[in-house]
Design a protein around this ligand. Structure first.
Ligand SMILES: [Zn+2]
Ligand SMILES: [Zn+2]
Length: 124
C-alpha cells in the first residue's frame, strides 16, 4: 500500500455516499495532501482491483466510488442526481444470470432510476 492509496481510502471513508474521483481529490486538499488527479484515479483503480473500493455504477457522468461493503445496487434520482444504495437480495456479485454472454461474467450491478422521496411532489 502506498501513501497515496491509504490517503485516498481514508478520504473515501470520510465522505458519505458515493463521491466521484474529483470530490475525493477536493476532500484530500485540506489535509495538506497534494496529490495529482492521475494519482487519485490510479489509487482508486488499484484499490478496486484488490477489492477495497467499489465502483458504483450510476450510469452516465463521473464514476462514483465507495468503500467496499456488501454487494448492492443503486437508485439514482433523475431530478437531483442523488445516488442511494439498494440492497441486493442475495448479496452475491452476480444476482442476475445473463441470458447469453460469450466469456466470464464477474459482476452485475443494477441502476434503478426514478424520483427520490425528496423530489417527489407532495402527496395530496
Ligand atoms: Zn431527488
Ligand atoms: Zn453504494
Amino acid at each position: 500500500m502506498t501513501q497515496a492509496r491509504i490517503a485516498v481510502l481514508l478520504a473515501l471513508d470520510d465522505l458519505a455516499g458515493h463521491p466521484s474521483a474529483d470530490e475525493i481529490l477536493t476532500a484530500m486538499a485540506p489535509a495538506g495532501l497534494s496529490v495529482s488527479r492521475a494519482t487519485v484515479f490510479n489509487a482508486l483503480d488499484d484499490l478496486s482491483k484488490v477489492g477495497l473500493v467499489m465502483r458504483a455504477d450510476a450510469g452516465p457522468g463521473a464514476v462514483r466510488y465507495e468503500t467496499a461493503t456488501s454487494y448492492h445496487h443503486h437508485f439514482v434520482c433523475n431530478v437531483c442526481g442523488r445516488v442511494t444504495d439498494v440492497p441486493c437480495v442475495d448479496s452475491s456479485a452476480i444476482c442476475h444470470e445473463p441470458g447469453s454472454i460469450d466469456g466470464r461474467v464477474d459482476g452485475a450491478q443494477v441502476v434503478f432510476r426514478g424520483t427520490c422521496a425528496a423530489c417527489l411532489p407532495p402527496q395530496r
